[in-house]
Design a protein around this ligand. Structure first.
Ligand SMILES: [Ca+2]
Length: 314
């Protein structure tokens, strides 16, 4: 039991919905093993107004209500980078979402993180599935956050190759200085990077099975995934890489992956490699472990868990 009397792991989802963020939000709110205390939004896939409105609409669709707090409208030091070519102009595959049934919380994201972490000290995990600007802002402004947050579960980075550049993954590249601050924070990090999420693929047959349920939320997910499919097919993938849903699934069941504990640093300067997560998998630097980097995954187990959660809505 947690302090709110509900079962499950207390989390805040920091996100930039985002098609794959949308699926992750639906999954989180359906899981009895997670207790979503709030959602904070950050500019990333699309601008802060779109991601915040999308988050409100997505939560409304579930029939639940959690605080949705607006966060950073751009990164600390670098120009803003959007992922609209992957996620559509409105961030959710240009699917029209319903008008939200409730309003955004008046607390800024970083303040909400501070307050919620203090109220659940040692019993709160941040699930960060967008650029890390809000998380870094909370750490910089409120030192108590380092003490109160138990773990950061992150979709971001790669021990291997990047996607937005040959070296860097989108969430880290979008705000490398924020990511560097998070990796230097001392809070234990579970890093679900492209090493696993590029293999967390859903096939067209599996999408067809979701659609065949005829249920509202699975159908909406399939509609959003159409835009996502256009991108992944254009870059030669055999399926659609479900980055954020995979990290969220691992917040529920970490046995879906195998980790390597190591030190991870973020390149903030390199002209070719800015935003790369440099994972010292072989311990050559002698620097202390600050992350568990997921390197292997149970794809079938992930798809099964995701399908179960998405189809649990009426
Ligand atoms: Ca995201």
């Amino acid at each position: 039991m947690n302090k709110n009397g509900a079962g499950g792991r207390n989390i805040i989802i920091d996100c930039d919905p985002g098609i794959d963020d949308a699926l992750a939000i639906f999954m989180a709110l359906a899981s009895s093993r997670l207790n979503v205390l709030g959602i904070t939004t950050v500019a990333g896939n699309v601008n802060i107004s779109h991601v915040t409105r999308n988050a409100l609409s997505l939560v409304s669709l579930t029939g639940k209500q959690v605080p949705v707090c607006r966060g950073a409208s751009g990164p600390f030091l670098v120009p803003r980078k959007e992922g609209g070519h992957v996620h559509g102009e409105n961030g959710v595959g240009d699917v029209t979402l319903p008008i939200p049934s409730f309003s955004e919380d008046s607390r800024p994201a970083a303040e909400f993180i501070r307050e919620t972490a203090a109220a659940n000290s040692g019993n709160l995990d941040l699930v960060a599935i967008g650029p890390l600007t809000n998380v870094a802002a909370a750490l910089v402004m409120y030192p108590s956050v380092k003490r109160d947050v138990r773990r950061i579960i992150m979709m971001g980075g790669a021990a291997g190759f990047g996607n937005v550049t040959p070296a860097a993954e989108f969430n880290i590249y979008a705000d490398p200085h924020a990511a560097a601050a998070v990796f230097q924070s001392g809070i234990p990090i579970d890093m679900y990077g492209l090493d696993v999420t590029n293999r967390a693929l859903i096939t067209e047959d599996e999408i067809a099975s979701l659609r065949a349920t005829g249920k509202t939320i699975p159908l909406l997910c399939c509609d959003m995934l159409r835009t996502y499919a256009d991108f992944y097919h254009s870059v030669g993938f055999s399926g659609l890489a479900l980055h954020d849903p995979f990290a969220l699934a691992c917040a529920i069941d970490e046995s879906l992956v195998e980790f390597r504990e190591c030190h991870v640093a973020v390149e903030t300067q390199g002209t070719l490699t800015r935003g790369k997560t440099v994972a010292d998998l072989h311990g050559v630097t002698g620097k202390p472990v600050n992350a568990r980097v997921a390197l292997e995954l149970n794809r079938d187990g992930f798809i099964s868990l995701m399908t179960e959660l998405l189809c649990s809505y009426d």
